[in-house]
Write a protein that binds this ligand. Structure first.
Ligand code: NAP
Ligand code: L37
Length: 285
């Protein structure tokens, strides 16, 4: 089977267009959605991602309030900025781009963000609500949310399907597994201690890969007709950007597959816009 391409860039543009219209309506009600974007240090990938997020804000009419901080900032200074943003009525969402420098406790930072402004969805309150399946006050973490929208756009209902997730990070693997479970998939989560990875991945009608190892999932590890979502973004020494899935061999087995770049990445940014809009909408309801 030669796979259809799940075009994240095009689907993200559609999501953003919808957000843009809703932002306009909300502004008519006197609310201008604002997103604070905090970048600590000079991680090159983070700089690209934050720039993409700020450009997207501009595109949809959300006010982005950027805070570029030196890697030398103390944890207390960062926490105090977040507390100040928690109190600021112009700021509806707060995003702290990860990873943070080693001397800063990531969990302390995330848990200082007010749950109603936690548009990345990484805080314990959000994660708990998602685990329980109560999305009413939650924000779905942007990358997992983007994966679910991609499945929907491909016309795939996870109910009754076998979904295999490779990777169990708190920002991708674990939450995407929970979202799939909440949609009634039968979910397997694989990680570095999984003894026979290929035996697991070959079972997946839906295969979501978030590992951070260039092209590690090859066509022979994929079930015929599977939907393959490649979350990985890896820059090779020659400058090429590749996913965690070996695209050329995988596309011969899959029914649908996401490219890298232009797959999950743009969806992550688009879902952040949707979450920031939602945070602002919740302040008027
Ligand atoms: P992470 O925190 O490094 O987690 C990687 C996961 O992969 C861990 O659970 C690890 O297992 C597992 N793993 C490592 N080697 C493995 C192996 N040989 N076999 C099976 N599992 C293995 O990474 P992350 O933050 O989830 O990110 C994963 C990738 O997605 C990266 O390339 C990142 O750049 C990309 N990403 C993309 C987006 C996007 O919007 N497209 C967003 C976020 C991240 P253990 O838990 O046992 O160590
Ligand atoms: N808040 N977001 C937060 N914290 C984190 O730790 N990893 C992470 C996070 N994720 C994140 O920002 N991801 C992300 C990934 C890809 C893009 C944007 C955000 C993106 O725009 N990708 C494009 C271009 C990639 C490139 O040129 O390097 C793509 O097409 O994939």
């Amino acid at each position: 089977m030669a796979a259809n391409i799940l075009d994240g860039k095009a689907i993200a543009a559609k999501v953003r267009e919808q957000v843009r219209q809703e932002v306009e309506e909300l502004k008519k009600k006197g609310v201008h959605p604002g997103l604070a974007v905090i970048l600590v240090g000079e991680n090159p990938a983070s700089q690209v991602y934050v720039r993409n997020k700020e450009k997207a804000c501009e595109d949809v009419g959300i006010k982005s309030i950027g805070h570029r901080l030196p890697a030398s900032i103390s944890q207390e200074e960062l926490l105090s900025l977040i507390r100040q943003l928690n109190q600021d009525p112009q700021v509806h969402g707060i995003l702290v781009q990860l990873p943070l420098p080693d001397h800063i406790d990531q969990k302390a930072v995330i848990d200082t963000i007010a749950p109603e402004k936690d548009v990345d969805g990484f805080g314990a309150t959000n994660m708990g609500n998602i685990l329980i399946g109560d999305y009413s006050k939650a924000f779905l973490p942007c990358t997992p949310y983007g994966c679910m929208v991609l499945l929907e756009e491909a016309g795939i209902d996870p109910a009754g399907k076998k979904a295999v997730v490779v990777g169990r990070s708190n920002i991708v693997g674990k939450p995407v597994a929970v979202l799939l479970l909440n949609k009634n998939a039968t979910v397997t989560i694989c990680h570095s201690k999984t003894p026979d990875l290929a035996a697991e991945t070959r079972q997946g009608d839906i295969l979501i890969v978030a590992v951070g190892r260039p092209e590690m999932i090859t066509g022979d590890m994929i079930k015929e007709g599977a939907v393959v979502i490649d979350v990985g973004i890896n820059r090779l020494p020659d400058g090429r950007l590749v996913g965690d899935v070996h695209f050329d061999s995988a596309k011969e087995k899959a029914s649908w597959i996401t490219p890298v770049p232009g797959g999950v990445g743009p969806m992550t940014v688009a879902m952040l816009m949707k979450n920031a809009l939602e945070a602002a909408k919740r302040t008027v309801k």
